[in-house]
Design a protein around this ligand. Structure first.
Ligand SMILES: [Zn+2]
Length: 128
């Protein structure tokens, strides 16, 4: 069972909901940008190869951002599942309790500080 009390779990659920909404809004906005926004207009209006690569770069950046937000959204969904199964706040690597202070800042955190920093040292800073 989770080491958190009912009040903390309720708070975590609210924070996850807010995070989910924010991410969905950002993804929606980014998808709109990639459909009919600046990057496409820019891509249509350029002929010079150098400018085309700038347009490509902008589109790639936007796609990378969408990708990042989709990954974050997935982590929120995993955190929801853990809430529903009573395992919210347990480290997915060592099974120890994740500090409540950490969860307050990062409601979708799935690892304790020790495991997260170990992972960041082992892999790269962006891998979750
Ligand atoms: Zn851990």
């Amino acid at each position: 069972m989770s080491h958190l009390n009912q009040t903390q779990l309720t708070q975590a659920r609210e924070q996850l909901a807010a995070l989910e909404q924010a991410l969905q809004a950002e993804i929606k906005e980014e998808l709109r940008n990639s459909d009919d926004g600046n990057t496409l207009n820019l891509a249509d209006s350029v002929h010079d190869a150098g400018e085309e690569s700038v347009a490509d770069l902008l589109r790639d950046l936007n796609n990378a951002l969408i990708n990042q937000h989709l990954i974050a959204l997935k982590r929120v969904n995993i955190a929801y599942q853990r809430l529903n199964t009573g395992h919210y706040g347990e480290c997915s690597d060592c099974g120890e309790e994740i500090q409540w202070e950490r969860l307050l800042k990062q409601p979708a955190a799935s690892r304790c500080v020790a495991c997260q920093s170990l992972r960041e040292k082992t892999y790269d800073a962006n891998s979750q």
